[in-house]
Write a protein of this length. Structure first.
Length: 155
């Protein structure tokens, strides 16, 4: 495994730990508090993270394992988040699902031959996306939103 690929897999693990810490550090009621008008609560952010890891990164990477040059559908982030919030999913359940998907993707990527990390598909708006790009974004995305979650319940 190349150093860059190893770093992506390690980032998936480390970002999950940071995300988990941000969620567990929330005081009672802290996950549902909206920090400012127009901003997401920590629970909304956690819901978004779960939806993206499952329906964007996880699905696209898996498709790239088996399909040549797939066309990726656009992701209706607002619609998914609204529907998820309406179901009233518990933060613990969301975090467990994120953890499971992070761990499974890390295992799959750790076993992927280096030559396959370049496999790519196309998004109608964002263009070419490779396994390498998507794997790197998993950790980055989780870290970005872990900071958002921590800030949402800290203030």
């Amino acid at each position: 495994m190349t150093p860059a690929h190893r770093e992506s897999v390690e980032s998936i693990h480390s970002s999950l730990a940071v995300l988990r810490q941000a969620v567990t550090a929330a005081p009672p009621g802290g996950l549902t508090r909206i920090p400012k008008e127009g901003e997401w609560s920590a629970l909304e952010t956690l819901t978004h993270v779960r939806d993206v890891i499952v329906h964007v990164y996880g699905l696209r990477i898996r498709r790239l394992f088996y399909e040549d040059d797939p066309l990726f559908a656009d992701f209706d982030e607002e619609g998914y988040r609204r529907a998820s919030l309406a179901r009233g999913e518990a933060p613990e359940a969301l975090l467990a699902m994120i953890a499971g998907e992070h761990e499974q993707l890390a295992r799959l990527l750790a076993a992927l031959p280096d030559a396959d990390w370049g496999r790519q598909g196309r998004h109608p708006v964002f263009g070419v996306m490779s396994i390498e790009f998507l794997a790197r974004r998993i950790g980055e995305h989780a870290m970005e939103h872990a900071a958002q979650i921590a800030a949402a319940h800290a203030g």
